[in-house]
Ligand binder design. Structure first.
Ligand code: FAD
Length: 486
């Protein structure tokens, strides 16, 4: 069976030697560093669920490619049913982790590559699709974790790519020879890559003739020579670094969410791992197909799981405070449920209205209109949910003391007394629930939800293309029996 156990996953990471930096220091061991460990734990959980009889159906599926069951996060959707299961898996993993499922970007990039490589081969006679399938088979057989990077342009946005003084502000080809390609550049904001086996890279700066060297997509081991990770470092990272016990933290095992910048300093990629090289007029297809797949994930699936955690914590706090009959709190909880279910409905509609793209490719992608609507909807819905949670939780969400005080003999009794709300609930439970809401409402999740899967304006540009105003105009013309132009 092509499924690793969680322990085998951890062992497999020990073989890799990624170059990782955090807080001005090298991370010698990502399995031991308290912050990078959270990504290891999150990925590890995805291996455990795949083998758990209770979750197997959602986390695994049959792959005809290797004639075996594989982790769903290594599978390319080949039907509407696959897309629906993909959406369900996104919600399930998010509510279980309370953070990123770091395997989702790679999963979504596979969809874009499978579809666009097939199309390039058909139109141009290239050989990317069989190459990509061989790669995917290897990923499935070895049950690898794969991160994904859409390399956005980093030059002055007012300038064209070719006008940048530094041509490597977006990932660019440096050399091409009989063995493969060499690339240089960077990707800012990539989720959990240092604790994955592989990294799949898609282009974003190539649109026009002359920009062929930016039209590159490939896969690389995460510890390939020349790859460097510079990790985020936030007050939450510092808090975890200082914690005596992870139980003090808002999301003890899986953390806030970990990203890093990935630098590609003249990284060599052999041809068998190159899936796009120079065909600039197909780069945008790779981007938009990835974007719509990822926007279904980010907008209509994982945030639904996150909202489950937020709503659960708010409901507990309502009960701790004896506010079960407070009409405005019940109304706020209901509003959160409506926002969550609207998110879920958008995700499901993206999946059920999905289609094979391109026709004949065997690859199913979410509906473009609904996936972009999913993401745009959740941007506001998530901020609103955070605000409502802030109201229900009260100022304690941000003013609460450290859970260490519960072990401090000088103040322990006061903390127990005055944070108990006079309830029978252990004060520790009350503080922990508020800490979870701190994790959600006062951390990185608001901005992360807004920008993950692309900023709002990028969403709107894609949406604009997918909207069919003609249909709406025709309805009005028919209803009013409007005359044709003179
Ligand atoms: C927590 C987190 C995790 C992420 N994980 C991943 C990942 O695993 N893989 C991955 O590929 N990506 C990932 N991303 C990247 C994400 O897709 C980018 O953050 C997103 O594309 C937005 O880019 P940016 O953050 O650079 O914002 P910017 O592009 O700097 O946007 C800031 C503002 O500038 C505007 N702007 C930008 N360019 C232009 C322009 N040309 N013209 C006019 N206005 C412009 C935007 O509309 C926005 O208003 C992650 C992001 C976050 C926050």
């Amino acid at each position: 069976m092509a499924l690793m156990t969680p322990d085998q996953f951890e062992e497999s990471l020990k073989v890799l030697k990624p170059r990782v930096f955090m807080n001005g220091k090298v991370v010698e061991n990502i399995l031991e560093n308290k912050n990078t460990r959270t990504v290891v734990e999150a990925n590890k959980a995805s291996y455990a669920w795949a083998l758990d009889p209770d979750y197997k159906d959602i986390m695994t599926c049959y792959s005809p490619l290797i004639d075996d069951d594989v982790n769903r996060y290594t599978h390319v959707s080949a039907s509407i049913d696959d897309l629906v299961k993909k959406a369900e898996a996104g919600t399930f993993t998010a509510e279980m982790l309370g953070t990123c499922i770091y395997r989702c970007v790679g999963y979504d990039a596979f969809h874009s590559l499978a579809s666009t490589c097939w199309e390039m081969d058909k139109d141009l006679g290239t050989e990317y699709h069989p190459r990509f399938l061989e790669y995917l088979k290897m990923v499935q057989r070895k049950d690898l974790s794969v991160a994904g990077a859409l390399t956005e342009p980093r030059g002055k946005r007012s300038q064209k790519t070719l006008d940048w003084p530094d041509p490597y502000l977006s990932l660019k080809l440096v050399d091409k020879n009989k063995d493969g390609i060499v690339v240089r550049g960077a990707k800012i904001n990539i989720s959990g890559a240092f604790a994955s086996h592989e990294l799949v890279v898609l282009p974003q700066a190539a649109h026009f003739k002359g920009e062929e060297d930016y039209a590159i997509a490939f896969a690389t081991p995460t510890d390939a020579e020349g790859i460097i990770y510079v990790c985020q470092y936030s007050p939450y990272s510092a808090e975890r670094d200082q914690a005596d016990d992870i139980e003090e933290l808002g999301n003890p095992v899986y953390g806030q969410r970990e990203t890093s910048m990935v630098i590609f300093n003249n990284v060599f990629v052999p041809w068998e791992r190159v899936f796009h090289c120079g065909e600039y007029n197909y780069s945008l297809k790779l981007v938009t197909r990835f974007a719509k797949t990822h926007r279904m994930t980010c907008g209509g699936t994982c945030k639904v799981g996150f909202m489950n955690q937020i709503i659960g914590a708010c409901k507990l706090i309502q009960e701790y405070k004896g506010l079960e009959k407070a009409a405005h709190i019940n109304d706020q909880l209901m509003e959160m449920v409506v926002l969550r279910e609207t998110g879920r409905a958008c995700g499901m509609a993206s999946a059920t209205k999905g289609a094979e793209e391109p026709s004949g490719s065997g690859v199913f992608l979410p509906d473009e209109l609904m996936s972009n609507v999913s993401k745009l909807n959740i941007c506001n819905a998530f901020w609103r949910t955070m605000a409502l949670a802030g109201d229900i939780g009260g100022g304690l969400i941000v003013t609460m003391p450290s859970l260490k005080e519960l072990k401090n003999p000088e103040v322990k009794d006061y903390v127990e007394e005055f944070y108990s709300f006079g309830s029978d609930e252990p004060t520790e439970n009350i503080l922990k629930t508020h800490k979870l809401l701190q994790h959600w409402t006062a951390g990185q999740h608001g901005v992360a939800t807004w920008h993950g899967a692309g900023p709002v304006m990028a969403n709107k540009i894609m949406l604009q293309r997918a909207i069919d105003y003609e249909h709406d105009k025709q309805i009005v013309k028919k209803t009013l029996n409007l005359k044709e132009n003179k």
